[in-house]
Structures are given as C-alpha cells and as structure tokens.
Design a protein around this ligand. Structure first.
Ligand SMILES: NC(=O)c1ccc[n+]([C@@H]2O[C@H](COP(=O)([O-])OP(=O)(O)OC[C@H]3O[C@@H](n4cnc5c(N)ncnc54)[C@H](OP(=O)(O)O)[C@@H]3O)[C@@H](O)[C@H]2O)c1
Length: 249
C-alpha cells in the first residue's frame, strides 16, 4: 500500500463519487492529497470522510481566476506537485434544442477551459516526473442521445492528453485520459430528476453496458492509482477506458 509514497496529489472535484474514492485510495497508497470542491459544506463532509487526511481547497473548476488562485495556494504549501487528477465535471445531459448559450458555456468552462488553465497555472509546480490524469468519458466515443455538449467537452479534454503530452513530455510531465463508462456515483442524483425518472434512466444506462452492470467508484479509483504511480511511466498521451465494454464491444 505504498505505490504513491512521497507523492503530492491534487484531485479536482474530490467531494463526491469517483473523486472522493480516488482521494481515499491515493491516501491509502501513501500520497499527500488535496481535493477541491465548490462548496465549503461538501468539502467539510469530504474532509471528515477522509478522516482529516486531505487538504481541502475551495475552488470552482469553471472559474479561471480561481484556477490560478488554486495553483498559488498549492505553491505556498507544497514543494512540488507529482499528480494532478482533473476529475470535476459538469454531467448535464439534455436534448439539443434545450441547450442555451449560457449553460453550454458553463459546461465547457468546467469541463475543458478551467482544466486547460489549471494545468497552465500548475506548470511551475509540476515535478519531473509527474502524471496528469484527465477524466474523460466513454461518451466521447459513442453517439449517446442528449450527451452532445458533454461528450464534446470530454473529447476536447482527451485531445489535450495527447497534445499536452507532446508538448510537455520533455519536462517529465505525462498526460493521460481516464474514461469511465456508466459508474455508480451520486452524479445521477444531481440531474434534478424525479425518483421514478432517475430509476428509469439508471436502468437505461445499465442496459448500455455489455457486461450488464455499472462500474464502481472504487474500480475507477484503482485505475487512477495506476495512472498516478510510476508503474504507468510508459503510458503517455493515451486513454484508459474503464467502461464495461461500452466503447469497444
Ligand atoms: N458517473 C459516471 O457514470 C461517469 C461516466 C463517465 C465520466 N464520468 C466523469 O467522472 C467525473 C466524476 O464524476 P462522478 O460520477 O464521480 O460525479 P459526482 O459524484 O457528481 O462528483 C463530481 C465531483 O465534481 C465536483 N464538481 C462539479 N462541478 C464542479 C465545479 N464547477 N467546481 C468544483 N467541483 C465541481 C462535484 O462537486 P459537488 O459535490 O459540489 O457537485 C463532485 O465533487 C466527472 O468528470 C464525470 O464527467 C462519470
């Protein structure tokens, strides 16, 4: 349980679901962990769930000045950053005709623009070697109805794994995508659906998965440990799909 011993790791959106479980696994593997969240209440609850073992940083992933402030806060506290996991995401799904410019912009700010400028702001702190993990989605590879804006944002993020690896590998920074398929997390509950509609959506989603079940946050967290650890040092500019076969079968 020391695959991340001595590493400093930042996880965005660490108050819930995959991010919170990843924080738990990173800490168990010996990392010093910071998580971000957009509400102090959620951050405090996550801090308790992690038994006080994580640095809690309030930061809205879609706000660019806040990304720069986040990098500054870390620079003041930590000597370097070995792992960045860009996990926070806006998972809004809706039919094309229901999107307006404001909600489209907000989703893109959180899922793509914010991460771009966070990585830029963290460049001076990123160690040699270091691992940047970008949370994609299998949705970037399939044509799931209502996923248009979301899937486009994730496709953009996965593209960054390649281009930024090309640009940064000489500095020892490798960037990879980690793409979940349907995974049991509180995310579905945040879509504002009635209970019966949420249950029906969950059934529809499960039916998409060739192996007949959703993934768990723990399965995704274990994959993130692999990408964060030196054991994946030869994986650069790539994507790890943890999706029960949705993208390939
Ligand atoms: N679950 C799936 O089936 C699935 C599939 C493919 C990809 N993914 C991706 O996996 C990642 C994690 O999702 P999840 O399923 O674990 O969802 P989740 O349980 O809702 O967790 C998302 C986390 O991101 C945070 N977050 C959202 N917007 C934020 C913002 N503007 N600033 C800061 N933090 C923000 C959330 O905070 P709050 O608690 O305040 O909401 C929460 O901590 C996302 O990028 C998602 O797109 C999930």
């Amino acid at each position: 349980m020391s695959r991340l011993q001595g590493k400093y790791a930042l996880i965005t959106g660490g108050t819930s679901g995959i991010g919170l479980e990843t924080a738990r696994q990173f800490i168990a593997e010996g990392a010093t962990v910071a998580i971000t969240g957009r509400s102090q209440r959620a951050l405090d609850a996550a801090g308790q769930a992690l038994a006080g073992n994580a640095l809690l940083l309030l930061s809205d992933a879609g706000d660019i000045p806040q990304q720069r402030a986040l990098a500054q806060q870390l620079e003041q506290r930590w000597p370097r950053l070995d792992v960045l996991y860009v996990n926070a995401g806006d998972v809004t799904h809706r039919p094309l005709q229901e999107w307006d410019e404001q909600s489209y912009q907000r989703l893109m700010d959180i899922n793509l623009k914010g991460p771009f400028f966070l990585i830029q702001a963290l460049l001076p702190l990123l160690a040699n070697p270091s691992s940047v993990i970008l949370c994609g989605s299998v949705s970037a590879h399939i044509g799931l109805p209502q996923s248009s804006a979301y899937a486009a944002s994730k496709a953009g993020l996965l593209s960054l794994a390649r281009t930024l690896s090309g640009e940064l590998h000489a500095r020892g920074i490798r960037v990879n995508g980690l793409s979940p398929g349907p995974t049991e997390t509180p995310a579905l509950g945040k879509l504002g659906l009635a209970e019966a509609d949420e249950r029906a959506l969950r059934d529809d989603i499960r039916a998409l998965v060739p192996i007949g079940r959703m993934g768990s946050a723990l399965e995704l967290a274990k994959a993130a440990v692999f990408l964060a650890a030196d054991e994946s040092a030869f994986m650069v500019g790539a994507e790890l799909q943890m999706d029960g076969g949705v993208g390939n079968l």
